[in-house]
Design a protein around this ligand. Structure first.
Ligand SMILES: Cc1ncc(COP(=O)(O)O)c(C=O)c1O
Length: 405
């Protein structure tokens, strides 16, 4: 019940245990095409270039940035948590001239603040995290796509923590590049980064294309702005996933099976229904921790559905609580980074763990452990408040009960 990774859905684990097939086997290329189509539905996009980057979420981030940005290009990064700092670092390493605006952790930017920075910096790329797991809040992206289009700026977001659990629509938001991971609301393991790129982004990336000498049919000139990574060169990855099937890396077959199953689960449930499930269970967890008398951190009006930051009460040893929850109840909750380290726990309700039984069990266990640690909590207040939240929710959660594996 941490901020991710979380328990994988058993269906994803089963899919990953299937036998390997060669990467040009028609079954495999069929799976690749199917995976592209499934993720178009998950990302809500018509982008042809919707595929998997092999590696954890930051491989997707790095692929997007290193492929879109040439050394010297200006990049604007609004930072409101740890992962904004990561975008900044990756853009710097790609040789970009990076400009940042910063917000106190737990808060988000107004559209006007980003618009004003965009006008003054005039970047090639606006790179912004959607849901920053480190602070549990999500940056509203509405309006930024129109602004970027008007100023000829490419618009990228990292939805690792938010996709599948919070409202998100790539095309409606006017995004050019989006990258994600499996280990949060998608209910899979880390190790594959689903990503999607608009035709405008593809044009920029393909203009930097060069083909590896060992597979080119004739001597291919090396482009002056060749992408500075081979493994994460999206132009080559597009050709690998496209009709040419031009050889690049050896596809991580088991991860592809897992990523495909994550998307199948979401599409079967309905992406909007999955978001609603995260809203319901996230609201119950929030009500529960408040019902125990605990304070929360961050702007609740922008809180992600799938994670809540809980202030560690004075005099309570946060690590001891986490340790006892894990040892005695088999429940993991998260610690936190940077300025929040030692101040808040992060409790997730995401993917396979966005379930009523998981929420109620966690609240009951947390109450017990907190009492044993000498904290003043409202007896029964957590579970009662969660039940009330479920009662006021219009969604039927009965199907969740008893489904824990
Ligand atoms: C918003 C966000 N971006 C990027 C990452 C990095 O992901 P990974 O550890 O899979 O590379 C995380 C991980 O928690 C995240 O929450």
């Amino acid at each position: 019940m941490g901020p991710g990774p979380i328990n994988a859905d058993p269906r994803v684990l089963r899919a990953m245990s299937a036998q390997l097939v060669g990467q040009y086997d028609p079954a495999m290329t069929g799976y690749m095409n199917e995976t592209m189509e499934l993720y178009r539905q998950v990302f809500k996009t018509r982008n042809r270039q919707t595929l998997l980057v092999d590696g954890t979420s930051r491989a997707g981030i790095e692929a997007a940035i290193v492929s879109l940005v040439s050394p010297g290009d200006r990049v604007l990064v609004p930072i409101f948590g740890r992962f904004g700092h990561l975008l900044r670092e990756i853009a710097e390493r790609a040789g970009a001239e990076v400009h940042v605006i910063e917000k106190e952790w737990g808060q988000v930017f107004t559209e006007a603040e980003i618009a004003s920075a965009l006008r003054s910096v005039q970047p090639k790329l606006l790179a912004v995290v959607h849901g920053d797991t480190s602070t549990t809040v999500a940056q509203p992206l509405e309006g930024l796509g129109e602004l970027c289009a008007k100023h000829g700026v490419l618009f990228y977001t990292d939805v690792t923590a938010s996709l599948g659990g919070n409202p998100f629509d790539t095309d409606a938001l006017g995004l050019d590049a989006v990258t994600a991971g499996l280990q949060k609301c998608l209910g899979g393991p880390s190790g594959s980064a689903p990503a999607t790129f608009s035709p405008r982004a593809v044009e920029v990336i393909d203009s930097r294309k060069s083909i590896e000498a060992g597979i080119a049919s004739s001597a291919d000139e090396v482009h002056a702005t060749r992408i500075r990574s081979n493994y994460l060169d999206l132009a080559m990855i597009f050709d690998y996933w496209g009709e040419k099937r031009l050889n690049h890396h050896t596809e991580a077959t088991s991860m592809l099976y897992g990523a495909r199953e994550c998307a199948r689960l979401l599409v079967e449930e309905g992406v909007d229904a999955a978001v609603e499930r995260h809203r319901v269970h996230g609201a119950a967890m929030l009500a529960g921790v408040q019902g125990l008398g605990l304070a929360t951190f961050g702007d609740l009006s922008h809180k992600m559905n799938n994670v809540v930051a809980v202030v560690i009460p004075d005099g309570v040893n946060g690590d001891a609580v986490r340790g006892e929850l894990l040892e005695d109840f088999g429940i993991e909750i998260g610690t936190s980074f940077g300025p929040l380290h030692g101040k808040v726990w992060r409790i997730g309700t995401m993917g396979y763990n966005a379930r009523k039984d998981a929420v109620l069990t966690t609240l009951a266990a947390l109450e017990t452990v907190l009492r044993r640690q000498g904290a003043a909590v409202v007896p029964g207040g957590g579970v009662d408040a969660a039940y009330q939240a479920y009662a006021s929710s219009v969604v039927d959660t009965s199907a969740d009960e008893g489904s824990a594996a």
